[in-house]
Write a protein that binds this ligand. Sequence first.
Ligand code: COA
Length: 264
Amino acid sequence: MSGALSMEFVKYTEQNHIGCLTVDRPKALNALNSQVLDELLKAIDDIAAGAARVLIVTGGGEKAFVAGADIGEMREMTPSQAEAFCRRGNAVMRGIETLAVPVIAAVNGYALGGGCELALCCDIRLASESAVFGFPEVTLGVLPGYGGLQRLARAVGLSRAGILAFTGERFKADRALEMGLVDRVCEQGALMEQAYQLAGKIAQNAPIAVRGIKKVLKDSIGLTLSEADCAEAEAFAGCFGTEDQLNAMGAFLKLNEPRPFTGR
Ligand code: COA
């Protein structure tokens, strides 16, 4: 199964149920301007309607994942234009975060400002050794506007999030790993292979169960434990009676041959 979408700054490929979304504006280090955000929104809609069971998000070119929101475009914005730009970025981040399938950020270089925010809205973050992270907004007279502060605080704790956002300091992949901002640092050149390997492991599992896991994990933030238990019971129950559950358990019990998961 395959699919593809090619816009000026955003590319999407889908093969064997693995989607790969690339912010592809390397001349500006993949900076997010309004057009990139609009193209991402379009891609997110397509991905949600497509056959991907897992998504990889990365940056085009050799240097950057995403070097932030577009400073040239932001420089002249009025406050109301800035608010609309912020809302559009929020919609992109929420759109990625709320995709039913797991999303892996393959951080292949600079992930600054909006780039860090983009990585943070993914479920899993892998980084190459060359990745550089940071929230430099404060050095430009603004603050993160795409939900990055909230997600950063959840990922690394309030105090550390404060240090990073108040100082705007940049840091490398090893420090991002140490603070739990990324899950794995990969050798230069091996990042995409490792991202695809991980995506492949996820894609071969039962899609309804994988989506249930994502939902339960996401729901675990903001719900009480008993509310989260209810959400989990609902997701667990939703797997039963499906073709995949009956076949997989039947195969374990030697009632039928093992079959690839279908998502039904
Ligand atoms: N917005 C708009 N353009 C950007 C950009 C951004 N966030 N980040 C990089 N670019 C552009 C540069 O203006 C340059 O364009 P040009 O070739 O037309 O002059 C091009 O990308 C290459 O960047 P350059 O600065 O020459 O590369 P570098 O290797 O010397 O430095 C960075 C790389 C990432 C350190 C540097 O580009 C940078 O600090 N970018 C801004 C990061 C930032 O503050 N992001 C948060 C925004 S809120």
